[in-house]
Design a protein around this ligand. Sequence first.
Ligand code: GCU
Length: 616
Amino acid sequence: MKLRLARPCIDCIVYSLAVFIPLATLICISNLASAQSTQPTLPAPIVITGADIRQAMSLNGEWATIVDPYSNGFSSYFRNQITEPGDNKLVEYNFAKSPTLKVPGDWNTQRDSLLYYEGTIWYQRDFSYQPKEHTHIFLHIGAANYKSWFWVNAKKVCEHEGGYTSFNCDVTDAVHAGANFMVAAVDNTRREDNVPTLKTDWWNYGGLTRNVSLIEVPEAFIDQYDLHLKRGEGSEIEGWVHVNGGKSGEDVQVEIPDLHAKATAKVGDGGLAAIHFEVSGLERWSPETPKLYKVKVSAGEDTLEDLIGFRTIETRGTEILLNGKPVFLRGVCIHAEAPYRTGRANTDKDAETLLGWAKEMGANYVRLAHYPHDETMLRAADRMGLLVWSEIPVYWAIQFDNPKVLAKAQQQLDEEIGTSRNHASIILWSMANETPNNETRTQFIETLAQHARELDGTRLITAALLVHNEGNTKVLDDPLGKALDVIGANEYVGWYEQTPAGADTTQWRIAYDKPLIMSEFGGGAKAGLHGPATQRWTEEYQADIYRHQIGMFNRIPQLRGLSAWILMDFRSPTRNLADIQDGFNRKGLISDQGQKKAAFYVLQKAYLAKTVGKAE
Ligand code: GCU
């Protein structure tokens, strides 16, 4: 093992003074990160649309793990720790004897000792594989929070930053026929230049939090495709298919068997084939009729089958038009917190429980906060008929003046939109939540919005903005509103300010002639705590907030949607009121154990009777 003498930094000096270890021999921890990335540059992971429906070998299950708070293992843990009998080699790790963690899953809720753990954990598992000729093999990671590195048979195959989007690493040259071993390092340490940055009002769940698998594709394969209904009255399907390694002139085919529709197109420059074809008898996707069609996409040796709904979404003045008709979004916000067991949500069951509660409440829309959610959630929203607001974690005060941070946010957009672009449920791409109103921030997010429009011109761009007060008037005039199609506004009248009844006299002044969504509102309550409606934390107080809010909403002419904060209580390190919060944000309409609070029924009544919001 070659010692890499790093340039001593302040930590080393303090450290060595403290413990008198000669400087020359010290490997400086903070330089380790840079040491990790001074390896030969690896091919960047790629985005694969619909990776979750590809033929794959799952690598989910129990992985051996080593908790490495000082990130010591970057000099050795990725190697196979085989030692020959009598071999005097010093090896200070042994996966085979190490405890395991489940993948997919956050580590925090799997072991009490890891609930608050922030740092590096190493994962290792063996797998057997028989690679086929003329194929590519990709390691598909549903998500790894926050930074992650991967080795196959001791060969580094990729690294990634960003905790909530999927990525795919080419492991074709590293996988052997027969026995293989894989090692991953995941580090959820919060840093200023991360996205999100140091402070969030949600738990920093670390680990391989979503499905992990090996995907095998032909040498030329479909990595991304976009198929959607053209805006307007007609029934024209349009979009494109990108063939990675595709040659100009080759055929691409798109088929919708149930509509007896088939289209062929030629691969053009850069592997892209443009798709346009008319269909007849199409049933448009909507919350009332969430019709999904089996769609076959093929190019050369590669074929995939996806389930896609076709609908249009656009704005006209202050209206949001779904399939050309005005729609009001009756919704709720959801964190990817698993019901009952808590921790990162990542199963079909988690998705069906959470979205099932939203449907039961009369919702036709959900805001998935504050980061891209799992494909299982989006597929469930497609199936169950829920419109989706999807967001990247540009949350509060990230480093808006740092170009590297802009690149990270753009990468997250590439991965989010590239992976999830064919979900009929998703109608809104949100660029940010509650960011400070200053010029640097505005430029940063305008750049993001432009990037998102280039990636996908078929959906609406939004963000959750802060509002300010002029007396009892709420004023929404953040300049960022210019760059958005739909304005989101977060307000907490009755909780962070005023009393619940304060909403009765609250006016609104909105500087934009655009649709408005109240992207957050509400207050906290401990499930089962009852008392006068004037007593905070009681269900009665929370329900009272909702009653008054509903009255206020019906006095805002351009309001086109609501997403209450929040469907279910969720873990947050900033919520430590004993006996009430105990590490949970209690603004849920339902507790993390599934207890519906009184406010749930207040909102349900208004949503089912459509007595809140403009009638469609
Ligand atoms: C904010 C923020 C949420 C947070 C909520 C709250 O508006 O966007 O992430 O959890 O308010 O204070 O509960």
